[in-house]
Design a protein around this ligand. Structure first.
Ligand SMILES: Cc1cc2nc3c(=O)[nH]c(=O)nc-3n(C[C@H](O)[C@H](O)[C@H](O)COP(=O)(O)OP(=O)(O)OC[C@H]3O[C@@H](n4cnc5c(N)ncnc54)[C@H](O)[C@@H]3O)c2cc1C
Length: 459
């Protein structure tokens, strides 16, 4: 048995940063990774998808060249082998760099194997047993395959296998009309596939407000993505080389037929093969590790960081989890999860930037609120770029004048939202930003204008 001060299980966004920070603080650390150093974001999540989104954007803009006065002779063709090669070239140095970073960190020993608890302080890694007083579980999650009728009869792709393909699926069926599914759907449509999105809910990204869902649907349908909603009971089957998805079991067909199937129906935590029962670590009903506001589990000396604790599903929340744990353990700074304001983006084009509460959530609070809304057609920069789809809206507490939440669906929305997020962190009234002078011409410049026109939110 080898004894360490700390064992970090998983080297994704949360684990990698935590292992190196603890080691640099002088702790003897074991960092254990069973698969790809750098975890989901770097290898099969944010980085590769955003690289592909960029290629898809280039294809889209090339097709629109004439609108800008740019003549492109002949058809715009996408070479999927080169698209994949570009993505791989972006990943390769980062992947190698991440592993090297861990291996080069003094006091940090790297294990490349699966970790499994034997007791609250012992972990089996391959043939070795490691022990430590402090253990950090940062095992992330993986694509979930829900019990869809007939799923076992068809081949399907996930966010992982989707990144390996270097050809154009003639007709891609995407089951799941939420964040991951929609990024792939628009991307492949722009590469040249026929794409059908199948969503069980009555609207796309059902966690967002209805106007946001509607605008996103409009954006995608204008590009030729087929959207099938209310697919209450999806049934999959084969028809020759093709895959059919029945959309309504009770009513029988209509069915839609495609050549490839991407399952984008959510994620599940990697907590089922960790031996957590030997450590006594409590899980919730969906398999997420239950943690307190400082990310401690119910077992003293064991923390859970990142996607596996169910308190966030993003790289920035996993990184913030690391910061919270490190601040508490090393800096005597009692940071906590509830200090965090929810913020994220949906990286279709144009992107959706979101922070704080949705309009529906503000309504549910039942307290007087104000709302401001502007179309992207009002944004000079969007007009100049001929990218005027979408809108921005903001919700404000009528009494405190603090911003409660905002959505910017439009060009630059993923960046511009941060101005609002920062004002929320400052707990400053919206009037501070209303009087701020923003640079012209930018998307951000319309935020003060929108804040100057707030109206009571009608029940
Ligand atoms: C397609 C896609 C696109 C995404 N895009 C974005 C985006 O644009 N922006 C954003 O903020 N987020 C995005 N995300 C989410 C983001 O990738 C995750 O929130 C983030 O990677 C979580 O980090 P983590 O450290 O919690 O876990 P992970 O990065 O998943 O790392 C966990 C690591 O633990 C390892 N592991 C698991 N079990 C064991 C074990 N028993 N023993 C040893 N090692 C183990 C895994 O192999 C993995 O390397 C995306 C996700 C997907 C799938």
């Amino acid at each position: 048995m080898t004894n360490y001060d700390a064992i970090v299980i998983g080297t994704g966004t949360g684990g990698g940063s935590l292992a190196t920070r603890l080691a640099n603080a002088g702790l003897k650390v074991a960092a254990v990774e069973r698969k790809l150093f750098g975890g989901t974001c770097l290898n099969v999540g944010c980085t590769p998808t955003k690289a592909l989104v960029a290629s898809a954007y280039a294809a889209h803009l090339a097709r629109r060249g004439a609108e800008y006065g740019v003549a492109i002779e002949g058809r715009v063709a996408v070479d999927m082998k080169r698209v994949k090669a570009r993505k791989d070239a972006i990943l390769a140095p980062r992947q190698a760099g991440f592993e090297q970073w861990l291996r080069d960190t003094k006091n940090c020993t790297v294990y490349h194997d699966h970790a499994r608890f034997l007791s609250p302080h012992e972990v089996k890694v391959g043939g070795e047993v490691l022990s430590a007083d402090k253990i950090f579980i940062t095992v992330g999650g993986r694509a979930a395959a829900p019990p869809i009728e007939g799923l076992e009869t068809v081949e399907y792709l996930t966010n992982v296998s989707m990144l390996d393909i270097d050809f154009l699926p003639p007709h891609l069926l995407v089951v799941g009309g939420s964040y991951i599914g929609l990024e792939f759907a628009q991307m492949y449509r722009r590469f040249g596939s026929e794409v059908t999105v199948i969503e069980m809910a009555p609207r796309l990204v059902p966690r967002e407000d209805e106007d946001v869902s509607e605008a996103i649907r409009d954006i995608l349908e204008k590009e030729g993505v087929h959207v099938r909603l209310n697919a209450k009971c999806i049934e999959l089957g084969r028809r020759g080389h093709e895959i059919t998805a029945g959309l309504d079991c009770a009513g029988g067909p209509p069915a839609v037929t495609g050549t490839h199937l991407l399952l984008a129906t959510g994620r599940r935590p990697n907590t089922d093969d960790l031996g957590l029962e030997h450590a006594g670590v409590k899980l919730d009903g969906r398999g997420y590790i239950v943690v307190d506001d400082q990310l401690r589990t119910n077992v003293p000396g064991i923390w859970a960081v990142g996607d596996c604790n169910g308190r966030g599903a993003f790289t920035h929340t996993a990184y913030n989890d690391f910061e919270i744990v490190a601040a508490n353990l090393l800096d005597n700074d009692p940071r906590k999860v509830t200090d965090r304001i929810p913020a994220y983006a949906l990286f279709i084009d144009p992107p959706l930037g979101r922070v704080g509460l949705t309009e529906a959530e503000v309504r549910k609070r039942g307290r007087p609120a104000l709302i401001g809304r502007r179309a992207m057609t009002d944004v000079a920069r969007a007009v100049e770029k001929s990218e005027t789809q979408g809108f921005m809206k903001v919700l404000v507490d009528a009494a405190s004048k603090e911003i409660l939440g905002a959505a910017i669906l439009g060009v630059g929305g993923d960046e511009a939202i941060h101005a609002i997020a920062d004002l929320m962190y400052a707990k400053a009234p919206y009037t501070v930003m209303q009087r701020a002078v923003h640079i012209h011409p930018t998307v951000s410049e319309l935020i003060p204008t929108m804040l100057g026109e707030l109206k009571p939110l009608q029940p």
